[in-house]
Design a protein around this ligand. Structure first.
Ligand SMILES: N[C@@H](CCC(=O)N[C@@H](CS)C(=O)NCC(=O)O)C(=O)O
Length: 87
């Protein structure tokens, strides 16, 4: 790799399904913004409803639920791990 490109991470398309009063949602949003990813931040009862959530993420029990480049990866913990692994 060109030495000038080292440390530049691939920009990921990140969709975060969040709810109000959700510290992990806020952390996930902050991480995506800090890393410069292409973020869409969706709020429960504003941008999606619970029915859509359960259809999109069957079995999900916590917020946020996150999609990265079209893949349902899980929550903040998995997103953080993905970001760290990409460095
Ligand atoms: N391991 C999960 C933990 C997420 C979590 O505990 N989220 C809280 C809100 S910040 C939650 O959804 N609690 C259950 C609930 O509010 O119904 C992650 O990393 O995203």
């Amino acid at each position: 790799m060109d030495v000038h490109l080292q440390g530049i991470n691939k920009i990921m398309k990140v969709e975060i399904y969040s709810k109000p009063q959700c510290p992990y949602c806020v952390q996930a949003k902050a991480l995506a913004e800090r890393e410069g990813h292409d973020l869409t931040y969706k709020m429960l009862d504003e941008d999606f409803d619970r029915e859509t959530l359960m259809e999109t993420f069957p079995g999900a029990r916590t917020f946020p639920q996150i999609i990265v480049d079209g893949n349902k990866i899980g929550g903040f913990t998995e997103f953080k791990a993905l970001v760290d692994a990409s460095k």
